[in-house]
Design a protein around this ligand. Structure first.
Ligand code: GDP
Ligand code: ZN
Length: 327
């Protein structure tokens, strides 16, 4: 006799997985043997068929955030994950060592929330641009939170982040201390699965605790304790939001480790909305928007439609990708 139920993988790497069942209880579960085994790419002599390994591992490797179907062995009371339900999105990086396959850091992400402080510490826009490119490269919506706004002049900080509003990103100005902007932020987190990222000390934990009192959500700390003593540094963790609408805050130290070399040089344009909007306008099809004549991207920078700072981020990342593709 077995019992069947659906759930969401909250955490775990290798072996045991923490799964939240539909009724809200959290259980430890193992992976069914037939799911674990990735023999789809093996030849009879044991060597790996390279063309199939990527597909096989993408299909079979369980990740945090996966919606799963579990079975409970009545006799032993053990839960086993029998089925991974189709993913609607994922944050992935290329498998270590390059080559085939990819490592899914977290599955079924609705949005990436990049948090910075207006001051203490000062915002680092080039780092923000990098996070936004990672979200775009994975096809995941992104929003920006600027916290601690009570420390600075409100108008100046809005001017500073205006290029992001113009690029189409929702930008939230919040203060945990002054209770500013919290209701709006709560509304867009509720019912969604949001990856939280940004430098430490900007107020991510403070924000989550102010938004969802009693939940005791400590971004960062939790993953540190989960990963203690393990070899992996990449361990995403889903923190259920105590809201009627549900939703999760996702803490993933692995986001910083996503190298931009995961991105093909020609895909960078699509990761800057300002550039993507001008697609095919340049004189040359393969224009990299550096010094080429008839470049509408540089014209947009001249006009002030594409901020010079964001353009410099673009050039910087282009250079980085170029260096990566040579090595
Ligand atoms: P995290 O590392 O991003 O999770 O940041 P924390 O939530 O631990 O906050 C870092 C520090 O910033 C703490 O001392 C908080 O009290 C403080 N802090 C958080 N939000 C605000 C805010 O809106 N204004 C000010 N002035 N300080 C804040
Ligand atoms: Zn161009």
């Amino acid at each position: 006799m077995t019992d069947m139920m659906n759930g969401v993988v909250l955490s775990g790497t290798g072996g045991r997985w923490e799964v939240r069942l539909e009724d809200g209880t959290v259980v430890e579960a193992s992976l069914r043997g037939r799911l674990k085994k990735s023999d789809g790419g093996l030849r009879a002599d044991g060597t790996i068929r390279r063309d199939t390994i990527a597909a096989a591992s993408a299909k079979l490797k369980l990740a945090v955030g996966d919606d799963v179907q579990l079975e409970r062995e009545m006799a032993t009371d053990d839960w086993a994950i029998g089925e991974i339900l189709p993913r609607r999105s994922q944050l992935a990086r290329r498998a270590p060592g390059g080559g085939f396959g990819q490592r899914v850091i977290v599955a079924n992400v609705d949005q990436v929330v990049v948090v910075f402080a207006a001051a203490k510490p000062d915002p680092h826009e080039r780092m923000l641009d990098r996070f936004l490119v990672i979200a775009e490269a994975n096809g995941i919506a992104a929003r920006v939170v600027v916290n601690k706004v009570e420390l600075v002049d409100g108008e100046a900080v809005r001017r500073r982040f205006a290029p992001y509003v113009r690029a189409g990103y929702p930008v939230h100005f919040t203060s945990v201390k002054a209770g500013e902007g919290l209701d709006e932020l709560r509304a867009v987190l509720s019912g969604r699965r949001s990856v939280f990222t940004g430098p430490s000390g900007v107020g991510k934990s403070s924000l989550l605790n102010a938004l969802f009192p009693g939940a005791s959500l400590r971004v960062g700390e939790i993953s540190e304790s989960v990963n203690k003593g393990r070899h992996t540094t990449v361990g995403a963790r889903m923190l259920p939001l105590p809201e009627e609408g549900g939703g999760y805050a996702i803490d993933t130290p692995g986001l910083r480790e996503i190298g931009l070399w995961d991105l093909a040089l020609e895909d960078l344009d699509a990761c800057f909305p300002e550039v993507a909007a001008l697609e095919h306008g340049c004189q040359f099809n393969d224009c990299r928007h550096i010094t080429e004549p008839g470049c509408v991207v540089r014209a947009a920078v001249q006009r002030g439609d594409f901020s010079r700072e964001r353009y410099e981020s673009y050039l910087h990342l282009l250079e980085e990708l170029h260096a990566g593709s040579r090595s």
